[in-house]
Design a protein around this ligand. Sequence first.
Ligand code: SF4
Length: 576
Amino acid sequence: MLKILRINTRTKEFRFEEPGAYAGLGGRALTSRLVFTEVPATCHALSAANKLVMAGGILAGSTAANSGRTSVGAKSPLTGGIKESNVGGQFAHKLPRLGLLAIVLEDKPEGDAPFVKILVKQDTVEFLPADDIVGMSNYAAHDLVKAKFGEKVVTAMVGPAGEQCLMASTIQFSDPEGRPSRSAGRGGMGAVMGSKKVKAIILDPECKLEVPMADMAKFKVARKRWVDILMGHPVTSQGLPTYGTAILVNIINEVGALPTKNFRTGRFDDAAKISGETMTETIKARGGQYKHGCHTGCVIQCSQVYNDKNGKYLTTGFEYETIWGFGANLLINDLDDIALMDRLCDEAGVDTIEMANAMAMVMEGGALPWGDSKGAIEVLKKVGTADPQGRILGNGTAFTAQAYGVDRVPVVKRQALPAYDPRTVKGVGVTYCTTPMGADHTAGYAVCQNVLKVGGDVPAMGKAGQVEVSKNLQVATAAVDSLGLCLFVAFAVLDTPDALQTIADMVAAATGKPTSVDDLVNMGVNALKDELAFNKAAGFTDKDDQLPDFFKNETLAPHGTTWDFTAEEMQAAKVG
Ligand code: SF4
């Protein structure tokens, strides 16, 4: 049976435990149950009482397509609530090959204890000095780690922002090519790791235990059907692999919901210049790669390798949200400058959604002209340094707004809004308000039904049906995150009658436990219940489930929409 590795970062003791009360859980269901059970909800997120949990999903280590996502859980320093930050990379598939279900970092060193690297091997852990990589940006630090531990090494690492415990800091996970490019971006999980003085977790590349599989014959049958489902849907077999998530730039702009100039309008005149179509043409012309997986076993491959004008690698995992945030929302139309900002965020280890909105606060506050991409790059370079402006930005959008005296602040529970204006795509607005995570599109991606017409048709600008669709999607997403599946499988799942049963069949064959579709739904419901209960204990009330006032008071062009849900109406979107 896979074990939970608990590491005390103060005493440097560790133990490999049977899962006990956590048996049968994986991914988000595991991280949220453990945080809910073991972390005092009112503790300071950077204190010794907080715990940082990294877990693969129930299907981690298997050959099920798109099953290698890692859940990172803790109390969030950004929101003050519970957090599950979901990330690609090689970590989740590697954990079971070390015999591990999860790694938990506990306690914190006292005083000015130095940062360490933690090398995780089969049945043991080594604490190594991190002086050689402390203060370094992520790519350079990861190159040194590879030079010492081998090209195939799998890591989770904080950049300079995480070392400073900034609230928008990420944990960067290594991808199949050995780059620290995949971000557990949301909620400041890097700050929690930094507070425990852990610079990097390194998984021993030499250990390759066989991953338990209860019934391989049945698993192979279900796995094949699963691939057929994913490859039989146009979004997962054509749209995402060809244009990445940036395919949404033109689509959401056309809908009139592409937040522009800090959510002032829903259309950006230069959307075509930063679109997925333009990105893919640019990638092709420069010898990059437009179909790329963030972890081994992904068959959708929405990621890409984006090269600069000289054909030299610049960034990967160049997402719609990043392109929107540093693009339309700042009135910037230069895709290369946006790609550089994506890279700078990965280097310092900060969340691109939080940084892009924070930059909008700098522009809103008059400290930088709208559209000044070169100026934005220079400001971004300060994050992770000792520069006070860099420290302000690195603490996120709400903090930056306070520093610059801004009152149009697009956050829910102090987490910045992503790339869909909730006045015109109301279903995702319900999710922003009610997910325990703070504003997060992935927690209940109603863009499917509102815009893409996948899994149903709920008109985007009306109120009818939005609460129900968001609630159902929040449950489904929590289940998907618990299995370790990539959220993008949802496009095919929602449109394929036997998809959920196929997933249940894979789980049953992998674990040996009879698993029904209802079991999967209950897994999602229970994870949400844990998260909501944690947030309630942390002091959140119904009043926290609302958008900022300017979404109610300002109409959004071109459709003249406003946010017209009450806080009371939002409560029906939460599981009881
Ligand atoms: S579809 Fe995209 S995000 Fe999902 S696993 Fe594949 S590359 Fe990663």
